[in-house]
Write a protein that binds this ligand. Structure first.
Ligand code: MRU
Length: 355
């Protein structure tokens, strides 16, 4: 399944609408800025790396509409689109990371005709997706070293191919190991309130022939206590310099439980998710979403009193002390994270190849 791609004629971004899964596989062609903004905000495209890939293609499609302008006008329009798309969701750093990367192209190529700059933008957007495929593959290889055949693995939210481009991050080692004939027993938290675990993770794993059991979020403690879980694998939306990790709401609870039961808790994500400008998780902005998601969404009728107050943070921060390792495309970072994260970022800055 291709979740994000550029249309054949390069004018639109084509996405698999994740809000309609698993019941319906519908592809949407997005051409204007408002629809692109809404696709991110409504989670039609979601998962930190996939949002970054989408943003690269989106800003290319929008920029090419102005290829006949002079550089100043083109740059002004480009920056307007950039700020607009960037404001759609605050927590996953991959969104601003991809948009900044595209901006760099526009600035570095400023002495060329605008039409040529647009061609460079297309190349860059495709490179973001290509690199993501390589990164997920490398993360999957490193992650596979952390588990053995027959292990039980608990995951939260969805960090599979739908949230990236191929393999995924947290699901990557599971899918790669399965391809190699290994067998894992995966426990997928349903992940309230938007049910990414139920709708997307269990769907992806079942399709790939993985032995997956769906559980409600409040059952994680029980399956851990039963001895059915040997490792927890989760994705990430932003990793601070000290190793604190923002990921889907409920992740920190899983980490606390895992520590209580002595189960290693691993975070898997590409270096594009590491944000060294955030010193700790305290500095990560957490997205607050519509209370209706808790009260009504996915129910046939409202499941809470109409006027009841709700608190609906979309992410939480897991303290670095609870994390056994952060698996990147350059290897597994261990505590102290200040040093190990800086090391992998230096490798990326030097343009070193991942495995
Ligand atoms: O709100 P979502 O569905 O975009 O949140 C996604 C997550 O929290 C994922 O676990 C994270 O982005 C990692 S995806 C490889």
């Amino acid at each position: 399944m291709e979740n994000v791609r550029l249309s054949e004629d390069g004018t639109k971004v084509v996405i698999l609408d994740q809000t309609q899964l698993p019941g319906t596989e519908v592809y949407l062609d997005l051409e204007n800025a408002e629809d692109m903004y809404e696709a991110i905000r409504r989670l039609q495209v979601r998962g930190a790396p996939a949002i970054g890939i989408f943003a690269g293609y989106a800003i290319y499609c929008l920029a090419r509409k102005h290829s006949d302008c002079d550089y100043q006008t083109f740059y002004r329009k480009f920056m307007e689109y950039k700020e607009y798309l960037n404001s759609s969701r605050p927590t996953a750093v991959n969104l601003s990371w991809a948009l900044k990367r595209m901006q760099k192209v526009v600035e570095e190529q400023k002495n060329r005709p605008v039409e040529e700059i647009v061609c460079f933008l297309k190349e860059e957007s495709m490179a973001i997706q290509e690199e993501d495929i390589q990164m997920c593959r490398a993360i999957s290889e490193y992650g596979l070293r952390l588990v053995k055949d027959g292990d039980g693995i608990l995951t939260h939210c969805n960090a599979g191919p739908l949230a990236t481009s191929r393999y995924g991050t947290a699901l990557g080692p599971i899918l790669l190991g399965t391809e190699r004939g290994m067998q894992f027993h995966v426990y997928a938290d349903e992940t309230r309130p938007l049910l990414q675990g139920a709708r997307l993770t269990s769907y992806e794993l079942q399709k790939a022939g993985v032995d997956v059991t769906l559980i409600c979020d409040n059952m994680a403690s029980m399956v851990m206590k039963n001895g059915w879980v040997q490792a927890c694998f989760v994705g990430c939306d932003r990793v601070a310099a000290n190793g604190d990790v923002a990921n889907k709401i409920g992740t920190s609870g899983v980490a606390i439980l895992a520590n209580y039961y002595g189960i290693p808790f691993y975070v898997l994500g590409p270096t594009s998710t590491i944000d060294l400008s955030c010193r700790t998780g305290e500095e990560i902005q957490i997205e607050l979403r519509d209370p209706e998601e808790i009260k009504k969404m996915f129910y046939e009728r409202p499941m809470a009193p109409e006027e009841v107050r709700c608190y609906n943070p979309s992410f939480d921060v897991t303290d670095h002390s609870l994390i056994a390792g952060i698996v990147t495309e350059y290897g597994i970072c261990r505590a102290p994270y200040e040093k190990s994260l800086k090391d992998v970022m230096e490798k990326r800055a030097k343009g070193e190849r991942c495995v």
